[in-house]
Write a protein that binds this ligand. Structure first.
Ligand SMILES: C[S@@+](CC[C@H](N)C(=O)[O-])C[C@H]1O[C@@H](n2cnc3c(N)ncnc32)[C@H](O)[C@@H]1O
Length: 369
């Protein structure tokens, strides 16, 4: 059997807690965890609320029970309700705050809440956030470099029942185009324009028309800029995060953009056809080292989604060795602009010989972001 995450190991040590309840699991970290929890907790028929599309799709593939999982941001699901909730600690305190606030506002009856996470992700300091929304918070267990808390949620009015209550709305005007952006906690660069993204918007070269893909759209600011700057284009914005998709849809709405749409996709999973421009401040997953394998994978796949004459344009910390990866997959790679921190790359003309094969990650280390 595949290994589950350390956090799921910690949950499995305490599985007796869950067997008596109808259980909702929020943000399971991987599909192996879903499979194990389904097997170990069969009697309580756990339901899974996913906010990561990649894990959601993988879990669906691993199971024939599509009715017990959803990809969403709220707690109005599952329709039959639940009397205990297991939450995997999300990234960032604000995101946990929103998760608990939405739960407290929408739970139909009193529920037992379990929160599990690693020390590295900040589980120790999350007890204070738990106490803000829930009662009787206690530490249930600590092991595997992590901890698990238990608390009770008494359904009550919180004044923060809808995701919109958690939004931040901000403005920016790249190259003089006035835009409004909306973001939820947990979304990259929540409430402000990231410096790297700002650099990309200042220097990207947009086609006058055609299809544009914003990969990893976050709050949707890159795609919104492209749609507003090129009204003749059709812009598609994708992200793996449910919070990002909800934010981007609100950004599209806030700017009245008729030529932009957003949908869930883990990398190119749900994307079809060819694009005249693929633009991105690409995803990073970082621990202590920057891990650029997801970006390397994204670059290699982009080569297959470009229309003739199309380009991939991305911004990256200048110390990251992306030009080497880009050159593996494209014949023409140029630095459009650079400053002390960032580079904006443009890559064109995918190399034929490598198309269709999977990327072999290079064994080079990137600098910290
Ligand atoms: C660096 S952020 C950029 C967000 C936004 N474009 C901006 O510039 O503010 C990268 C985004 O990629 C998304 N992401 C990470 N892995 C992904 C994947 N495999 N497929 C699609 N999106 C992904 C993250 O959720 C995040 O929103």
């Amino acid at each position: 059997m595949n290994r589950v995450s350390k956090t799921t190991e910690l949950v499995l040590r305490n599985i007796e807690e869950f067997r008596r309840h109808s259980l909702l699991v929020v943000d399971p970290p991987d599909s192996h965890s879903v499979t194990r929890l389904r097997a170990e907790c069969a009697g309580c028929r756990p339901a899974f609320l996913h906010r990561d599309y990649g894990v959601y799709k993988e879990s669906l593939t691993a199971s024939d029970d599509a009715t017990s999982a959803t990809f969403d941001i709220g707690f109005s699901w599952p329709p039959q309700g639940y009397d205990s909730v297991l939450i995997y600690l999300p990234k960032g305190k604000e995101s946990l705050d929103m998760t608990l606030g939405l739960l407290a506002a929408s739970a139909r009856n009193d529920v037992e809440v379990y929160l599990v996470g690693t020390n590295r992700a900040g589980i120790r300091s999350s007890a204070a956030v738990l106490s803000r929304w829930l009662e009787e918070a206690t530490k249930l267990d600590s092991a595997r470099h992590g901890a698990m808390f238990k608390a009770r949620c008494f359904a009550h009015e919180t004044g923060a029942a809808s995701p919109q209550d958690w939004e931040q709305i901000w403005s920016t005007s790249p190259r003089g185009i006035q835009l409004t952006a909306v973001s939820l906690p947990g979304v990259f660069s929540h409430g402000r324009l990231d410096a790297g993204t700002a650099y990309l918007l200042e220097h990207a070269r947009l086609p006058a028309s055609g299809r544009i893909l914003d990969m990893g759209c976050g709050s949707g600011i890159v795609g919104a800029y492209a749609a507003a700057a090129c009204p003749e284009s059709e812009v598609e914005m994708v992200d793996t995060s449910a919070l990002a998709i909800a934010s981007t849809r609100r950004t599209i709405e806030a700017n009245g953009l008729k030529n932009a749409r957003c949908y869930a996709s883990h990398s190119f999973g749900n994307v079809s056809g060819k694009f005249d421009l693929i633009i991105s401040n690409p995803p990073f997953h970082s621990g202590t080292d920057t891990d650029y394998r997801p970006t390397a994978q994204f670059i290699s796949e982009s080569a297959r989604y470009l229309a003739p004459g199309g380009s991939l344009q991305l911004v990256a910390n200048r110390f990251l060795p992306y030009q080497f990866i880009l050159r593996d997959w494209f014949s023409r790679v140029e630095v459009l602009f650079e400053n002390r921190r960032y580079r904006v790359y443009r890559a064109m003309e995918p190399t034929q010989r490598l198309q269709g094969s999977r990327v072999q990650p290079r064994n080079r280390r990137g600098g910290a972001r």
